[in-house]
Design a protein around this ligand. Structure first.
Ligand code: TXA
Ligand code: MG
Length: 306
């Protein structure tokens, strides 16, 4: 509390991944977030709120966004909304955009914000381009020498960042697949999400993101010599016995379990030192969309990393 009130940054657990949090109304705090992450440029951050009243002071809700907030908050849904004038949010949080990404986290993060009485800006707690931290240990290993406190609340239950959506001209767009499956959102919205490129304000959508040191090979049916294997479900890829290391995201093929294990297992295999991590196919439904999205980014050519 005292660190945050003093404009410092603190790594805190949320239900999705650990966040690198600072007072969203304090420009120094927000600048420190970018500095600690080593973000090469000022991508907009998500502002985290404790309740709807705090959200309403910051942004305007159209009826569809209000319905989604009602259904999924607190939880892993981020809404991009038009900012209210004079909402106190430092412009660095939104990189000068007139919209703001808002989310109400479950658990410790939400309670902390309520006690602080101020929104917290928080990107995922990892240095720029690296895998998001889902345990305090992973965060400390990555950022420990740059921040003063990591609040340890164990492994984050969802394990993937929030789903980001935006209502545009009455239509709902998926800006980032994440911890809530698109189908669940569509069921509440009563409409399909639109996807796809859009020169989005979506810096977090840089092609290569979540990059481990090892190369990644996706949808493998057969393991090559020297590869580590990131498996899914009961059926193994051919030649799996020769994998130099193996982790199974979910023996039973449960996509929620797979999501919660994804980053930690990628990191574990990466630390093992294999040059390449081979990944078995993972279905695209439910949380599979977000899992495949993160894997595709991890596999993207590294020269695209910004
Ligand atoms: O689960 C999460 O969302 C985690 C936890 C800590 O809350 N946070 C997170 O933040 O993933 P970050 O900064 O790594 O990703 C935020 C994403 C970026 O892709 C950014 O481009 C997008 O949100 N974003 C932020 N403000 C936006 C805006 N006004 N319009 C469109 N996209 C925005
Ligand atoms: Mg991130």
């Amino acid at each position: 509390m005292a660190l945050l009130e003093g404009g410092d940054v603190v790594a805190i657990p949320t239900e999705t991944v650990y966040g690198l949090a600072g007072d969203a109304t304090n420009g120094v705090a927000v600048a420190r977030i970018f500095e600690a992450k080593g973000r090469p440029r000022f991508n907009p951050l998500i502002a985290h709120v404790a309740d709807r009243a705090m959200a309403d002071r910051i942004a305007g809700f159209d009826p569809l966004s209000a319905r989604l907030a009602e259904a999924f908050w607190p939880g892993p849904l981020t809404l991009v909304l038009p900012q209210r004038a004079d909402n106190g949010i430092h412009p660095l949080v939104t990189a000068g955009l007139d919209t703001i990404a808002l989310r109400m986290p479950r658990g410790f993060g939400g309670e902390l914000i309520a006690r602080l009485g101020r929104p917290l800006a928080a990107p995922s707690a990892n240095s720029s381009g690296r895998i998001s931290g889902t345990t305090a240990g992973a965060v400390a290993a990555d950022l420990g020498d740059r921040i003063r406190l990591v609040v340890d609340d164990g492994a984050t239950p969802v394990g993937l960042e929030s789903t980001i959506v935006k209502v545009e001209h009455g239509r709902l767009r998926l800006l980032r697949p994440g911890g809530i499956g698109a189908e669940e959102i569509e069921a509440v919205a009563g409409a399909k999400l639109s996807r796809g490129a859009s020169g989005i304000e979506a810096p977090g959508m840089l092609a290569s993101h979540y990059a481990p040191g090892a190369a990644m090979r996706l949808n493998v049916e057969e393991i090559a010599d020297g590869e580590a294997l990131l498996a899914f479900g009961r059926n193994r890829a051919e030649g799996w016995e020769k994998a130099v290391a193996l982790r199974n995201l979910s023996e039973t093929g449960d996509l929620r379990e797979a999501a919660s294990n994804l980053f930690a297992f990628m990191q574990a295999l990466d630390r093992g030192g294999a040059a390449t991590i081979a990944v078995e196919p993972i279905p695209l439904d439910g949380l599979g969309e977000a899992i495949n999205d993160r894997l595709a980014r991890a596999a993207a050519p590294r020269d695209k990393r910004v």
